[in-house]
Design a protein around this ligand. Structure first.
Ligand code: SF4
Ligand code: SF4
Length: 112
């Protein structure tokens, strides 16, 4: 089992999650974060910290796509352990549906 970052993180990126993870297993893309499933210890601490409710346990149904996305991009995006600047339009983007189709970027973030 692992926790995974899902659609609602895209272009929100509040980054409250990275500050609490005891094993620093978040990785930064241009407009979302992912969790490395091989490093996550399933502690669940990050889940309630996410204002966008984007972090879910992979035991929930229908998350296979997100598990694969988290696995794939955590291998190429840089590690992030400290909260950076939140995008100016994060609140406006918070509950927009189907963000993956519209806004997902495979480009890496800067990490920290
Ligand atoms: S707190 Fe939630 S929305 Fe923000 S970066 Fe972490 S997973 Fe994404
Ligand atoms: S569940 Fe725990 S180990 Fe896994 S990403 Fe969240 S805070 Fe880190």
């Amino acid at each position: 089992m692992t926790y995974v970052v899902t659609d609602n993180c895209i272009r929100c990126k509040y980054m409250d999650c990275v500050e609490v993870c005891p094993v620093d297993c978040f990785y930064e893309g241009e407009n979302m974060l992912v969790i490395n499933p091989n490093e996550c210890i399933d502690c669940g601490v990050c889940e309630p910290e996410c204002p966008a409710e984007a972090i879910l346990p992979d035991t929930e149904n229908g998350l296979e796509k997100w598990l694969e996305l988290n696995r794939t991009y955590s291998e190429s995006w840089p590690n992030i352990t400290q909260k950076g600047d939140v995008p100016a339009d994060a609140d406006a983007m918070k509950d927009v549906p189907d963000k993956f189709e519209q806004f997902f970027s495979s480009e890496p973030g800067s990490g920290s």
